[in-house]
Ligand binder design. Sequence first.
Ligand SMILES: *Cc1c(COP(=O)(O)O)cnc(C)c1O
Length: 389
Amino acid sequence: MPHSEIPLSRPDITASEIELVVQTLRSGRLALGPRQDQFESMVATRAGCRYGVAVSSGTAGLHLAMLALGLGPGDEVITTPFSFVASANSILYTGATPVFVDIDPTSLNINADLIEDAITPNTRAILAVEAFGNPLHMDRIASVAARHEIPLIEDCCEALGCAHRGRPAGSFGRVGVFAFYPNKQITTGEGGVIVTDDERLAEECRSLRNHGRPIPSATGASSEQGTWLEHERLGFNYRMDELSAALGVAQMDRLDDIIQMRQSVANMYMTRLMDNSEIILPTIAPESLMTWFVFVVRLTTEYSQEDRDQVIRGLRAHDIGAAPYFPCIHLMPHYEERFGVQAGRFPIAERVSRRTIALPFHNNLTQRDVDLVVQSLELMLQRTSMGRD
Ligand SMILES: *Cc1c(COP(=O)(O)O)cnc(C)c1O
């Protein structure tokens, strides 16, 4: 096997990104400028929302969204145990308590039918995640939230450009949050954007990201004038700088091409793995549009977690990026210590999480790369099942 590494992910930076970042660097305006405004509005438009608020990361965005909804100690937020840890961590930042609910085995998103049982008089929000960007069931989750008049926070950090029944990711919640870390569909280096139709909530987030400063008038008059040292509330420095925003603008300009590239890589994997009975492929509903954050397969229940880990180690030894996306959040040591949730409490999430493998996935993966990854994967599966028998 040739020894050039196939990484788990890789950002796709072209001359247009470099040009816009350099231009911004030369402009002399490095924070709170026109690129931020432009990037915010591009992301909001894509999500079918009126307002966008750019922040320094997806996690910062989730934190501010929760603060803007007034969440704090004593409040409960219903969420999924099967996600990147930041979704539940952001609940803890506010002092509120995450209440986990098991997932649906098809979408891998929080199971809409189980949410009602978890609602108590202290429930103040539902934080739902499009796991791996799959928007299936988000409409049902949104209707449960609406029926109980509980705000839905949509962690759409993995779902930029995705849609379900024509409704874009980011538009299901009262507020949604996108993330632009380098492994996402598009990147700003570090960054995120909060999207919402709620003007008051957007303004609150704008103030909170900027040390609690009052929001300058809609003319865009820069905040150096008059209000710079006024701090109406305890805020944070969660701003996105102009260089990151410029990178984001250039990436957003290419989003449709990027989505096509990702779809074609996903198709290559699907075709190559379709007939492998030991592998469960992602299920994408015909009424869903996927933009593919990652490509995650699952091993069948004949494989244990130890088998799966061995397969991942074997792939990595062949310089093929692979990862166990995602370990269950409720079983992470500091969650276990704090909430004492035992293994077995969320059987679907645990069963899925024990057997997932994220395979290398980025815009420029070639058919040859995919063939190599699949050959190595099949070899590792063979070795693992032989070792077991
Ligand atoms: C990427 C991601 C985030 C936020 O990530 P940052 O690294 O803070 O930008 C939050 N939730 C989910 C589900 C994610 O995948």
